[in-house]
Design a binder for this molecule. Sequence first.
Ligand code: 5GP
Ligand code: ZN
Length: 111
Amino acid sequence: MADCLFCSMVSGDVSADIVLDTDEVLAFTDINPAAPTHVLVIPKRHVSSAAELGQADAGLLAAMFEAAAAVGSGLEGGWRLVTNVGPDAGQSVFHLHFHVLGGRSLGWPPG
Ligand code: 5GP
Ligand code: ZN
């Protein structure tokens, strides 16, 4: 999709520190990490947010969870999976992404 930052990372037009690259999914480190490990998992196909997902996306979602678990597998203390939807949640990039956070004790509830 034109003018989408994360689509530009998938195409290679914008560089990213890639940690995992599969047919359907890309994972890369967040430019402004909120934890010692902060990786974003995105679908290569443009999807605006989790609000757009349906039954037809089951395979894509499984691939995203599998990628998140692969990133999290290195975090002995555990890890958190977050996806923000819309302005109240603080979504700032409108291409679906899972935040995988870990490497420190994480507070709950989030702000
Ligand atoms: P959101 O606020 O939409 O849930 O998360 C967007 C995330 O994308 C933020 O954590 C932000 O730091 C990250 N981000 C924004 N621009 C870039 C960029 O150019 N490169 C990388 N690696 N991450 C980015
Ligand atoms: Zn996109």
